[in-house]
Design a protein around this ligand. Structure first.
Ligand code: HEM
Length: 459
């Protein structure tokens, strides 16, 4: 953690670039904001637009979006709990498309939802090193397309990506120009496009980068939340007791309630620690040759943070080492023990100490609970929106349902096992999540239906 602080936070202006990822360039033509180098116009302009749009104050008017989408999630789970993953994906996608494009995705089997989830699956496979390790073996780049099947996959993924991004963008642009939609991210882009000299292509991809970065991560962490609740009934019960005494049975929890629910807040923090959605974050790269603790880290080298290891630091063995490959040596630095019983889902740790770390480390200036959102100048701009969203959805799911492992299923139960129970790839989510979801009372079902019908009358 100290190294993250020293290298990526304190020296952010030197270490907030990205290494080159050939597959990504081939797919997006260098237009992808989240992985663009820090010296590019794309990243500099994108930051000017995204940063102010996602500050804690700027996201306040977007809270009703999360209220509406989380209410629909409850209603969907009452009606067809067997489609759990599809409902969570719709909730995540629609929350992001509404703030970015002003357009909702109202059903889990809509064209937008199925096309986008198909595309994401393709995209994550296409850029994973297992598909073709072109960054490790650059020679692979020069193999003719007919002998290199991965080049066909890149092309197909790029076409799908452009189709989806353009379709969302053009709809939003039309509606904004006709005065029927406002307050979304595309409007912010269009208002400043000329002033910032942003091409139409980059504008389209900027919206798309937000869509990709926000949807998969949100869906992964909501799925992990539900899996943890199902696997840890005592935690679920304690959080429900807190909600029951603060909110009661007679109304749905509203966004302001979260401030009165410290245990629910601790549950959300613990899910981020215990099953973080981005276990290795995204790679950083130095903008020039960098001296650090006697090593030279060359310009453009890949710096990965083993977020998982830090958040599960057991201290008993060298589980969280940082390894630097320098020009003529390998340097290994180890860390100290941070979390008590790191492999136990134990939200109480965040009530004992705001950082969740073991007693005595309260004043450790290097620790921060936002580690799973990245570091330095690349710290996730969606962080405040995501925290608000998670608070609302956690309160409402706990208020409405009991979750437990599914019995009698033909498939083995989902487990928290990270090898067999979780997906591989950039966003880390339970594999094919299934669990038993039972509404906590008929009264609660009636309240959900009443709020939902009222909401639909207003739209
Ligand atoms: C569970 C929720 C989320 C998690 C765990 C998460 C995590 C991350 C991480 C680890 C990074 C890379 C940071 C780094 O390089 O140091 C990142 C970047 C980013 N995230 Fe998020 N994120 C989440 C939600 C969102 C949402 C909801 C949005 C927007 C709607 C969003 C937009 C972005 C963007 C645009 C970047 C690229 C920033 C840049 O490269 O400068 N994220 N996120």
């Amino acid at each position: 953690m100290q190294i993250v602080k020293e290298l990526l936070d304190n020296r952010a202006s030197e270490t907030s670039s990205r290494p080159s990822i050939h597959a990504l360039d081939a797919i997006c033509g260098g237009n992808f904001f989240a992985l663009a180098s820090s010296h590019t116009d794309l990243w500099k302009t994108g930051k000017k637009l995204i940063g102010p749009f996602m500050t804690p104050n700027a996201i306040k008017p977007r809270i009703p979006v999360v209220e509406r989408e989380s209410l629909q999630l409850l209603q969907d789970l009452v009606r067809s709990p067997e489609n759990l993953c599809a409902h969570i994906f719709r909730f995540s996608l629609s929350s992001v498309t509404t703030i970015v494009y002003g357009e909702r995705v109202t059903t889990h089997d809509s064209v937008y939802s199925t096309e986008f989830s198909g595309y994401l699956e393709h995209f994550l496979k296409a850029i994973s090193p297992e598909s073709a390790p072109v960054d490790l073996i650059p020679l692979l780049r020069y193999i003719p397309a007919r002998f290199a099947p991965w080049k066909g996959v890149w092309k197909e993924t790029g076409l799908r990506q452009r189709r989806i991004y353009s379709s969302f963008f053009e709809d939003a642009e039309r509606e904004i120009k006709s005065g029927r939609r406002s307050g979304n991210f595309i409007e912010t882009i269009l208002n400043r496009q000329e002033e910032l000299g942003l091409s139409r292509d980059l504008a389209v991809y900027l919206g798309g980068s937000m869509l990709d970065a926000g949807t998969e991560s949100t869906s992964a962490i909501v799925q992990s939340l539900i899996l943890c609740l199902a696997q840890y009934p005592d935690v679920m019960k304690k959080a429900q007791d807190e909600i029951d005494s603060y909110v009661g049975d007679g109304r749905l929890p509203v966004p302001g309630d979260i401030d009165g629910l410290p245990y629910v807040q601790a549950v959300v923090k613990e899910v981020h620690r215990f099953r973080t959605a981005a276990p290795t974050g995204l790679p950083h790269a130095p903008t020039h040759d960098l001296e650090y603790r006697g090593c030279i880290i060359p310009k453009g080298a890949t710096i990965m943070v083993n977020v998982w290891a830090i958040l599960h630091d057991p201290g008993q063995y060298c589980g969280s080492l940082s390894i630097f490959f320098t020009r003529n040596s390998i340097k290994i630095l180890d860390h100290s023990e941070l979390f008590e019983c790191p492999d136990t889902f134990w939200p109480e740790r965040y009530l004992l100490n705001p950082n969740g770390t073991r007693p005595g480390l309260e004043k450790d200036y290097t620790v921060r609970t936002s580690l799973h959102f990245g570091s330095g100048k690349r710290l996730c701009p969606g962080m405040h929106f995501s925290n608000t969203l998670m608070g609302i959805v956690a309160m409402r799911l706990l208020w409405a349902f009991n979750f437990s492992p599914e019995n009698g299923s033909a498939k083995p139960h989902n487990t928290l096992d990270i090898i067999d129970g979780y997906t591989e790839g950039i966003a880390f989510a339970p594999k094919d999540l299934k669990c038993k979801i039972v509404p906590r009372s008929q009264e609660k079902i009636d309240i959900i239906t009443e709020y939902y019908d009222n909401q639909n009358r207003k739209i």
